[in-house]
Design a protein around this ligand. Structure first.
Ligand SMILES: [Zn+2]
Length: 131
């Protein structure tokens, strides 16, 4: 099942491209719910964390949302992409295996895609099995 791995590589590439195209950081959240590029004195605004009601009116800004956005700034996403690619380079199909040894992960020995790759695909990037 290499479709999951190919899908995962594409998802990582997509996350990396989006991070590279975003305003470089670091991003910092500040009250009442703004996200700016640090240092804030540079005046680069990135996001405003506000909730919008169904009628289009805004409720007060949400600092916790701004802090969450800032934690996932481009630098953090790029670092995760590096780590996720490292996981994929470790957990890979043993292409040299033959016979009943075929189809297993060279790193952990589980049937491939192994639990680590499955976890990364499902929980890290939202992969869903075809139904
Ligand atoms: Zn593995």
């Amino acid at each position: 099942m290499t479709d999951m791995v190919e899908w995962l590589r594409g998802a990582i590439d997509g996350a990396e491209l989006a991070a590279e195209q975003a305003t470089s950081g670091p991003w910092v959240a500040h009250s009442p719910g703004f996200v700016d590029v640090e240092p804030v004195s540079r005046g680069r605004f990135v996001a405003m964390a506000a909730e919008v009601n169904a009628d289009g009116s805004h409720v007060p800004l949400v600092l916790a949302d701004a802090e969450h956005i800032a934690l996932h700034d481009p630098k953090a996403v790029l670092a995760r992409c590096v780590g996720d690619r490292k996981t994929l380079s470790l957990h890979r199909l043993d292409g040299a295996a033959e016979g009943r040894l075929r189809g297993f992960c060279v790193h952990c020995g589980w049937r491939f895609p192994c639990p680590d790759v499955r976890n990364l695909a499902h929980n890290g990037y939202g992969y869903r099995e075809a139904e």
